[in-house]
Ligand binder design. Structure first.
Ligand code: PMP
Length: 997
């Protein structure tokens, strides 16, 4: 057992034996006394074994390290002065104590690393396999008889089952009985010397917090001669602790391992149980240790996590786990996959049998994939529209398809799961859908007997469902018929024999089939995986290789061939972009996204991954808003021309917009973008004031055209910018958090810069024409103007014939919640207001609003004409955007959800000091990442947005120091969206790089 050695004693002991002067630090250990020794040039690990330790055991440890010398991931032995690798001394009680020393592997413990990434798990598997490849060479190991931690001795736990919580005992009893039954087979598995304890405190990780890697594996003290697969089970156990999807995480380890040391099919068979066995041993051991050794905390660490892992792991279907493991090791996930496909080709059935009475049996595939041009969003939410389109497409063909199709239609909660990768959705269809009318009779494709007959009542579930079991050449398989009519009324009974071609049901209507347009979901399975009343018809895209092996392509059994839509790979698009597009067109995120569909507050990538869009303020009333899309389509089909003809749409829209403004702002021009709007506003102001000098704010952005760039400090001062033009006068960014002036008098102080410029320009007879500013600076970092700043400016300008231009391109249309326009927050009326972005919900349209007076002066003889500005299609779309804002009360939603989100962010800020400031109004929010001295943390903002993207949230960083995360989602953002966002932000803010990087 352990002694409490004085550190001074250890330092002396080390000096006398190794001539190394060092500082000793106690290190955790189960039964040994361990120390870290820090000398001038080196760090060592020093271990004193308990009394009565067999010297051969110590030597064995040393031999192992020696053998692994070339392996860069393990320590090397340090011999004593007289060349021995094992040293000894007599302790106070006159016991002979052995000790040894080896190099120290620097780094952090795996147990302290957050997050544990896929690549770490993969690397761990690989390193362990490489170590085993060396250890396999050891012919004779030091055998500890009846070693409890050796999984081949697992049955010792039988006596201690009461150490476990009651809820766990049943599971373990079954585990023990399984193990007894299979023990002979298990004993035949290949054996080797294994580390046997690569737990999360024996894996050392590099200090790189962004892309960590494994520095080494320590502590070979539990090395034993045992089944090789036990090593994999142990690795997996500790590498999946705290994982939200432990099966996938275990596969990540397994893949890494198998890449370096091929695992055999017979070994994989035991892996699921062995992992549960290791968890069980750990729980029982810790319970026993707690009783025997109350003061050694090391012995009970991570038990809460272990308990949770026990629960999560035991809930995983063992057969499914086996399929996943087989896939990770390069075997067909379901063992019968290949055999079945050969046999069934020769023993197939047909559509003539499945739909005996149907006239049209010539199949025609329809594309319901996420990138389908056939399937618009309206069809997803409106069955009638979907049906109409089906009818218009059907001709005399049988419409069908969908095997392994990635679909955007599964939007109920049943298809959603929180995993280590965020909120993930099942998208990938495992059967074929046949779009036939309700009441169409359905016939069994083969002989068999009814295994499941039920009504699945979940929303967007199967409704009426029958599963029939078949047997062919000793292979069992199942055919599934979903979306049938009410099965309570069926005469077919569970267990009943069914003949090939026997009628088994009818296609159900929407009320009985889970709420779908009538169709048959037909699927083949090689196992039921213990499902009693259901079977998944859709899987996660990432898991498709496993599920498609369990659920083979039904086309084979039906003897049909349908075309398959290929997912377009991103790298090809990236190459083409580079080839065709200008080089400074940037892509968001470290790994760019290929977005193929938008709907409401979500965007979908080509793999069907659904992203919550927290940043696109252009999709103001939601991506592909159904009513906006409808209006656009309608008007495009009638007329699109310019403003030189009379048409009603421009007048309707003018009326709708101007009604939202104070009376003084009574005139409007329509343009095509925010930049064009600002160009026009500036031109108007120059004509009105007969001057071309303008005041801008640092951090301001007003567009990408020449003049707009000249007005945009954010651009002209950044990399590639040509600096400030002579006629532009800057004021500091009125940032009260990190700006030049903070606190109470900030408004006055920032105003004083404006005052100075105006006064100086008067003296130089260099008159100022306008000041252009956003009510909340967006690119500058979501900076709200100090309270009375704008009013002070306006008063000054009024006296000096200077125009105030408010750029509402980002802040307008109700986004700021309290008010419809940003300028209203400050109780001023600008002279000119410019609009853009959200106005067309993605369609390019902008506007300039101004007074009669300005209108008159601007009408100086030159015609104002914009080819596209004010065309009927754009006007119709913008009108519909306003209708949507009003009918759905989106301004109010922006205020309610914005306040809710801000409150949540503020409470995150109290937990995570990196959030220095939360600001903004309505759904125009920013939070700023800073250190304790308020230095901006751009790298962390970039890390955060990329991690959030991995978790399914689109966010973006901005601000002059790029350290502000901006949140300006579609205005239909709801409380659940806000909750999800806050939940995952909290997780990422806890990650190592954010906390310690
Ligand atoms: N003003 C502001 C405040 C903007 O944010 C933008 C666009 N980011 C513009 C003007 C320019 O608009 P557009 O890109 O439509 O020309």
């Amino acid at each position: 057992m352990k002694n409490k050695f004085e550190l001074g004693f250890i330092e002396k002991l080390v000096f006398s034996n190794y001539k190394i002067r060092s500082k000793a630090i106690q290190v955790n250990g189960e039964i040994d006394d361990n120390f870290k020794l820090v000398s001038k040039d080196n760090i060592f690990f020093f271990k004193i074994y308990p009394k009565n330790t067999d010297k051969e055991f110590v030597k064995f440890q040393i031999d192992i390290l020696h053998l692994l010398k070339k392996n860069k991931k393990t320590s090397s032995n340090t011999p004593t002065l007289n060349g021995n690798v094992v040293g000894s001394f007599q302790d106070k009680d006159n016991n002979l104590r052995f000790f040894r020393m080896n190099s120290w592997i620097e780094g952090r413990l795996w147990s302290k690393v957050n997050p544990i990434s896929k690549s770490l798990r993969f690397e761990l598997g690989g390193i362990s396999a490489k170590i085993l490849n060396e250890l396999k060479k050891v012919k004779k190991g030091y055998v500890i008889e009846n070693f409890d931690w050796d999984l081949q001795n697992f049955l010792w736990t039988e006596k201690y089952i009461n150490e476990l919580e009651i809820s766990k005992r049943n599971v373990v009893e079954k585990l023990i009985s399984n193990f007894k039954q299979e023990e002979e087979k298990y004993k035949q598995l290949r054996k080797s010397i294994i580390h046997n304890d690569i737990n999360d405190n024996n894996i050392i990780i590099s200090e790189d917090l962004k892309v960590p890697s494994i520095n080494g594996i320590i502590d070979f003290g539990d090395c034993t001669y045992s089944q090789l697969i036990n090593e994999v089970a142990i690795l997996c156990t500790y590498a999946i602790i705290r994982s939200k999807n432990p099966l996938i995480s275990a596969c990540e380890v397994l893949e890494g391992f198998n890449n370096n040391l091929k695992i055999k099919e017979g070994e994989i068979y035991f892996l699921y149980d062995l992992i549960l066995m290791r968890i069980t041993v750990s729980l029982i051991k810790s319970s026993l240790n707690k009783k025997n050794n109350r003061d050694n905390k090391y012995l009970v660490i991570s038990q809460d996590d272990m308990k949770l892992l026990f629960k999560n792991w035991s809930m995983i279907n063992k057969e499914l786990a086996l399929c996943f493991f087989r896939k990770s090791c390069g075997y067909s996930p379901h063992k019968n996959e290949k055999k079945f496909s050969t046999i069934i080709k020769e023993n197939n059935s047909s559509l003539d049998i499945l739909f005996k009475t149907l006239n049209k049996k010539d199949p025609k595939a329809i594309d319901m994939s996420v990138s389908s041009e056939w399937l618009d969003n309206e069809m997803i939410i409106d069955n009638n529209r979907f049906e109409q389109k089906l009818k218009s497409n059907s001709e005399d063909k049988l419409l069908c398809g969908g095997y392994l199709e990635i679909r955007p239609v599964y939007d109920s909660l049943d298809y959603e799961k929180i995993t280590d990768y965020g909120i993930e959705n099942r998208t990938t269809h495992l059967g074929i859908d046949f779009w036939v009318n309700e009441k169409t009779p359905v016939y069994s494709i083969m002989d068999g007997f009814v295994k499941i007959i039920t009504n699945d009542k979940t929303k967007k579930g199967y409704g009426g469902l029958i599963i029939i079991e078949h047997l062919i050449n000793n292979i069992k398989y199942y055919s599934l018929y979903g979306h049938l009519s009410d099965q309570k009324k069926s005469k077919i009974k569970k267990g009943q024999k069914i003949k090939k071609g026997q009628k088994i049901g009818e296609i159900g209507n929407k009320k009985e089939n889970g709420g779908w347009t009538p169709h048959l979901h037909f699927q083949i399975m090689l196992t039921l995986l213990n499902f009693k009343n259901d079977f998944p018809g859709v899987c996660f895209f990432k898991e498709k290789d496993v599920w498609s092996s369990i659920c083979p392509n039904p086309e084979i059994i039906l003897n049909i061939k349908l075309p398959r839509i290929k997912v377009q790979e991103n790298h090809k698009l990236i190459t083409l972009r580079k080839k065709f597009l200008g080089a400074n067109l940037r892509l968001s995120y470290q790994t760019p996204l290929h977005i193929v569909r938008g709907f409401n507050q979500f965007l979908f990538d080509n793999y069907g991954r659904k992203y919550l869009d927290t940043v696109n303020n252009i999709a103001h009333v939601g991506h592909q808003n159904i009513n906006v899309v409808k209006s656009a389509k309608k008007q495009l089909g009638i007329l699109n021309t310019n403003t030189r003809y009379l048409h009603k749409e421009i007048l309707d829209l003018s009326e709708k917009i101007l009604r939202k403004f104070p009376k003084k702002l009574s005139k409007i021009y329509f343009v095509n973008s925010g930049s064009e709007a600002n160009e026009l506003a500036i031109r108007m102001s120059e004509i009105y004031t007969n001057s071309n000098n303008h005041i801008v704010s640092k951090g301001g952005y007003h567009g990408n055209t020449n003049y707009a760039i000249n007005l945009s400090n954010y651009k002209y001062m950044s990399k590639g910018g040509r600096g400030k033009s002579k006629n532009i006068y800057e004021i500091p960014m009125p940032d009260i958090f990190r700006g030049k002036h903070r606190g109470k008098n900030a408004s006055k102080k920032y105003f004083s810069y404006v005052q100075n410029i105006v006064e100086k320009s008067k003296m130089k007879k260099n008159k100022i024409s306008s000041m252009i500013i956003e009510p909340i600076l967006s690119c500058g970092g979501q900076i709200e103007l100090p309270k009375t700043f704008l009013k002070k400016c306006k008063n000054l300008f009024a006296k000096n014939n200077i125009l105030l231009i408010c750029d509402e391109v980002q802040t307008g249309f109700g986004r700021v919640g309290e008010k419809f326009w940003g300028f209203e927050l400050y109780d001023v009326i600008p002279d000119i207001v410019t609009l853009g972005k959200p106005m067309g919900n993605g369609h390019p349209v902008g506007a300039v609003i101004f007074s009669d007076e300005i209108s008159e002066k601007f009408n100086n003889g030159m015609e104002f004409f914009s080819s596209f500005g004010g065309n009927p299609v754009s006007c119709k779309i913008a009108s519909e955007v306003i209708n949507e804002i009003e009918s759905k009360d989106l301004q109010k939603n922006a205020m309610t959800i914005g306040n809710y989100l801000k409150k949540g962010l503020n409470s995150l800020a109290t937990k995570h000091p990196i959030i220095g400031d939360v600001r903004g109004k309505g759904l125009f929010i920013g939070f700023e990442l800073v250190d304790e001295k308020l230095n901006p943390l751009e790298d962390k903002a970039i890390y955060l947005k990329n991690r959030m993207k991995d978790l399914g949230f689109l966010m973006s960083n901005d601000g002059i120091d790029h350290n502000v995360i901006k949140i300006k989602p579609p205005m239909i953002f709801n409380k659940k969206n806000a909750d999800n966002l806050l939940f995952f932000l909290d997780l990422v803010l806890k990650e190592d790089y954010i906390k310690y990087g």
